[in-house]
Design a protein around this ligand. Sequence first.
Ligand code: MRU
Length: 350
Amino acid sequence: MANRPETIEWIGDTDGYLCLIDQTLLPVELTRIDCRDAETVWEAIKMLRVRGAPAIGIAASYGVVVGMQTVDDSDRAAFDDRFAEVADYLATSRPTAVNLFWALDRLRKLVADNSSLSAADMRAKLLDEAKAIHAEDREMCHSIGRFGAGLLENVSGVLTHCNAGGLATAEYGTALSVFFTAQDQGHNLHVFVDETRPLLQGARLTAWELMQRDIKATLICDSMAAQVMREGKVQAVVTGADRIAANGDSANKIGTYSIAVLAKAHGIPFYIAAPSSTFDLAIDSGDEIPIEQRAAIEITNGFGKQTAPDGVEVYNPAFDVTPAKYIAAIITENGVIDPVTKENVVAMIG
Ligand code: MRU
């Protein structure tokens, strides 16, 4: 992987702290921030300093650990009260990526299953679990890359949307892991990178990650995807996901749905790459996925420059849902779901 600091790193023991790349400053500044309390972690997730579904889940897990550092180690009842408060609080940071809730639920179960442990031992166990969530994500991303690279053997140009790279996960990414693995296997792809919504994760983050790896990257605006497909420049699309319903409907960064429809119109396979932690089998379809609405200022005053008239009405959904019928296959760490049906999703993930 590129020689750069880790996206997410725990420094020290149970009394240590969380260190994150501040992704809002990329690609101009590569700066890390230290998070020593749950409030700082919440703010980092809310403000997209750390973002991407798997990365949010990992950061929140460590957020619980720092949030528990103020508790009296000899008082288990106080530990349980504080734990519930911290986990519920971190769950309010962002609504769409299910990895956040998946990780917090995993910690909740751990605490409930170990009610006889002291508060001190429980804090140590929480840190171990957060580290396990972090390490497992790294492994899942590697595996996704291996399964995905196999689908692109006859492809030279691909398109990806938003950022599903090492910055969005523990390390390799989901969609980008497919391209990194292809490169490791000697297959160099030409990746067309969508800009995405006003926060420009494609331009700022994906282009940066691909260039660090010497993968040929061409930046386009979202509105150019149809023309790029029409010109035959891409033969596949691979994106990540923030939440996948039991029927395969997949929420991802706003604009993904339109790219999937365009890909279908051009006979180009549209793939989602995501770990099992991104599936929400409790919901039947994408209609039940909560879509985050973000502040109007992201559209009217992006990066500090006013680009719309004062007082204009704005609609700013951060995600959309691509219906399963537009998804050629979902690449997971367990294998490829193809075709995307509820039966196949449940068989792979359930
Ligand atoms: O708002 P963001 O930047 O958190 O949105 C991220 C995405 O939509 C990613 O594509 C998705 O989380 C997959 S990350 C492996």
